[in-house]
Design a protein around this ligand. Structure first.
Ligand code: DON
Length: 320
């Protein structure tokens, strides 16, 4: 979509942003992925966009970061559009787990080892194997191309982050082996793992993510032409999954305290989609994204979530 207007900082939202920015640091960088441990802990950005193309942006808006778990939303959408939501549901459920994102425990104790949802690693690795294309490259490109249609430019895999992840993917490889043993993966364990990790390593800006949030908010429509890029069912499932599972074992807490669909990644980004919001110059369907790399024990950005909570309180954005 075209961004028609840029408004840098509106009074109340600017104040919320500055207050959160200047609060004492807490959390840690995602040091379990060596390449992410090098990010500057002070980076902080927020971007909000509405269907008229009005944009509010704050902080380190041009900084590129890797999608990490936010890519789980994009992979689900592309796989669901390729095979239909019902075929995806044969391989992965849509139930929250209350477990950490990389937990392996339910693959052995749950009936038939079926992954609980596409927002945890087990479900996302399964979905990665269901993407269109016979090779890792084709599957990754299917998601890259999709993302480009929404953001209007190319997205690349950050090779340093990807290699770093692949070299240390002990848990993810174990999860993928369990999935293969229970017949949930198409292709080999390594293909599913490489696809999943390359998708996690795709780079975006905060504005790119906010455009994706807007796109989802309007059920896959672009502002300028009324065409739907995804089915209503795919949009509905994606947002329900974000709301119930998007922030892992903190999803219930944030559904209650913030109250709109969100998806986080360990690099510190959060993708959000708001319906019928009114925020100063913005209204109607609104996409929001935040980025700050210091994350909590669960894997959610500390300052990002703090900003979203204050924004939701101030502008009554909760759907509940
Ligand atoms: O599977 C992993 O470890 C990462 N590449 C993605 C994890 C992630 O972002 C979890 N999010 N909060």
């Amino acid at each position: 979509m075209d961004i028609r207007k840029h408004i840098r900082g509106e009074t109340m939202i600017q104040t919320i942003f500055e207050n959160v920015k200047s609060a004492p640091d807490s959390g840690h960088l995602a040091s379990y992925i060596p390449a992410l441990a090098n990010q500057s802990k002070d980076l902080f950005a927020a971007c909000l966009v509405d269907g008229k193309g009005e944009v509010l942006e704050f902080g380190d808006i041009d900084y590129l970061f890797t999608l990490q778990s936010i890519s789980k939303v994009m992979s689900f959408i592309v796989a669901a559009e390729h095979l239909g939501v019902d075929r995806i549901l044969e391989k992965v459920d849509v139930e929250p787990t209350g477990d950490p994102f990389n937990s392996i425990v339910r693959l052995e104790v749950a009936e038939k080892g079926k992954p609980f949802n596409p927002m945890i690693n087990a479900g996302a690795i399964t979905v990665a194997s269901l993407l269109p294309g016979e090779t890792v490259e084709l599957r990754v490109n299917a998601v890259r191309e999709y993302l480009s249609k929404i953001t209007g430019h190319e997205h690349y895999v950050n090779q340093e982050v990807y290699k770093s992840e692949l070299e240390t993917a002990y848990r993810n490889r174990a999860i993928a082996n369990y999935l293969k043993a229970n017949d949930y993966l198409v292709g080999t364990v390594e293909e599913a793992l490489e696809t999943y990790l390359q998708l996690c390593s795709l780079e975006v800006s905060t504005q790119d993510l906010s455009k994706f949030g807007l796109f989802l908010s309007s059920d896959g429509k672009f502002a300028n032409d009324n065409k739907n890029l995804i089915s209503r069912k795919t949009a509905q499932f994606s947002k329900a999954l974000m709301m119930t599972c998007g922030l892992y074992n903190a999803s219930g807490k944030y559904a209650a305290t913030i109250g709109f669909p969100m998806k986080s990644g360990v690099s510190g980004g959060v993708l959000c989609t708001v319906h019928n919001g009114e925020l100063e110059n913005l209204n109607g369907h609104i996409g929001i994204a935040v980025f700050s790399p210091m994350i909590d024990e669960i894997g959610n950005s500390v300052k990002g979530m703090d900003f979203l909570k204050k924004l939701s309180d101030q502008y009554k954005l909760s759907v509940f």
